[in-house]
Write a protein that binds this ligand. Sequence first.
Ligand SMILES: CCCCCCCCCCCCC/C=C/[C@@H](O)[C@H](COP(=O)(O)O)NC(=O)CCCCC
Ligand SMILES: Nc1ncnc2c1ncn2[C@@H]1O[C@H](COP(=O)(O)OP(=O)(O)O)[C@@H](O)[C@H]1O
Ligand SMILES: [Ca+2]
Length: 584
Amino acid sequence: METDLRLESTVWVENKRYRAVLTGWHFKWTELDKKNRDKKTISVPVAEVVGVEEGRVEILPQKSVEDTDKDFTVFYVKRSSSGSSYGLLWRLGWTQFSCPSRVLRDQWTKHLRMALKTHSPMRPNRLLVFINPFGGKKKGRKIYHSLVAPLFDLAGISSHVIVTERANQARDHLLKKDLTGFDGVVCVGGDGMFSEILHGLIGRTQQEAGLCENDPTVTLQPCSLHIGIIPAGSTDCVCYATVGVIDPVTSALHIIIGDSQPLDVCSVHQASGLVGYSVSLLGYGFYGDVLAESEKHRWMGPLRYDYSGTMVYLSNRSYAGIVQYLPADPLLSSPRDRTRCLSGCSVCSRSTERLFPHSSDSGSLYSSHFSQFSNDSEGEWVSVEGRFRCVSLTCMSSSCPKSPLGLSPSAHLADGTGDLILVWDTHPLGFLKFLYRHTSTEDQFDLPFVEVHRVKAVRFSLPPGKEEEAYEEIGGSVGGMDEVERGYDETVSTTGSQQYLAERGTGREMTDGQKTANPFLCGLCCSKAPAVSVWNCDGEILASTEILSRIHCQLVRLYARGIEDGAAVHNNSGENERGCTLHK
Ligand SMILES: CCCCCCCCCCCCC/C=C/[C@@H](O)[C@H](COP(=O)(O)O)NC(=O)CCCCC
Ligand SMILES: Nc1ncnc2c1ncn2[C@@H]1O[C@H](COP(=O)(O)OP(=O)(O)O)[C@@H](O)[C@H]1O
Ligand SMILES: [Ca+2]
């Protein structure tokens, strides 16, 4: 195969003579001096070639083709540093080549296209695209049509675009409609929109496999369709944590070249069945309250989280609960090992190897892994009880522009584990320190009231006898620096129920027993506060408080490759190439 695709010849780029070589895996061109000595070489992996066209093609100010018979143009990925983010920005680069004859030109285009098919087989031909026109700053449509669609056209990808008219339309479409012919689904929006796609695809896959999603012990079937994310939301955490930048062009190029990043997914169950799936944040306490509060201020756009974060912080809440967790194998990795899950991560690769020992055999998937979830493993569960500022479970680092290293900087995208972060009740300045450390490189786990555990499953329940009470006395929770930082207060009195939580989650008015006009301010202005919080499940409020969650290793695949290590990645830059963003 390698020898079939090899091609070498002299070509000209902007009147300079080059030797171009296609080896199968790489396409290189080296400038030659008058004595045939090599000057500068530009090398592009075939996997990163976006497309090949006959003639001299120009992209800016708009696409034009000069149909000359000895020329061809190659489009490829070009990297640049993103400045503030950790990942690299990808841009479209292109070079126009002139050959000595038409026959040679045709050989070049044929060989390059064949190399693309052979060495880059996961590229999509047809995509189903969902655009949330109301996500983030409401720019989803514009972002797709001006930045993404022209790149898909150039790469020969056809797409069926649906601009959503209501919440859950994308999920319902994926659950019910014919998906034949599509290679992947693209989500233009934020984490909430991604969550819809996730639920739709996982649900559809289990339906077709005849598996019951409600049973937490069932080994779920991985989804065959890839998901692409074009970031156009408020937090855009899934995109940031899997690509390293929030940039629609970079994400579109990852989709075009058919990159593939497996992703762990956490299923969340209550007694009666499945309540949802999460990949980034399953959070109770602070993050649940922020989400519930923010829903009332959607008109603020992404700023609603800053406003609500401040209000919820000032309300100074903590919640009683029992957390049980099933620890992951500490020999494989640790949330405190100060490593980062980067593109080609060895911890995740070992997981893939364990899951798919015979490459494509997904039949045995998880069986060894999840036998540990059965009753036999009951003794392995660890249980803690007390008052928490927040309880968070994340299957990935959950880095985002607000927190560039994320909720758990050493978490892995595809290792089959999640990180459970327990923030015990503490004084307000301690909690502020914890939150503030998310914005820097300081270790947020190096605080006496914070614990982090790498886990396979988590249960959360309210203390016995307290489930039916909704309110409690706050009683001296606004303390000074000299207070004990980790507190265990078992004298909780609650009068709430899941129904109350569901109502609060949807922003409905408080009932008679709830005296304050704004329950999120009562930590400051009165003595009562809700005794129960809500779960934030990737931006959706769950109606259940007592839950069981389990991490499913590599249940879905994204068109991404994880965060590239800027220092390690060769950036194919050369004086004869150009890069553009396809901005008009
Ligand atoms: C004093 C400075 C405090 C800064 C705290 C920063 C902590 C940020 C951690 C953010 C983790 C985000 C995890 C992802 C959550 C999203 O799924 C969810 C929905 O996003 P979207 O659909 O785009 O609206 N976003 C949130 O729940 C927002 C949390 C913001 C917390 C301040
Ligand atoms: N056309 C629509 N109208 C109203 N809500 C929608 C629509 N399309 C999607 N949604 C919902 O909007 C929510 C937020 O979308 P998302 O794209 O994540 O934006 P943001 O990041 O700003 O929250 C999602 O939960 C999704 O279900
Ligand atoms: Ca993980």
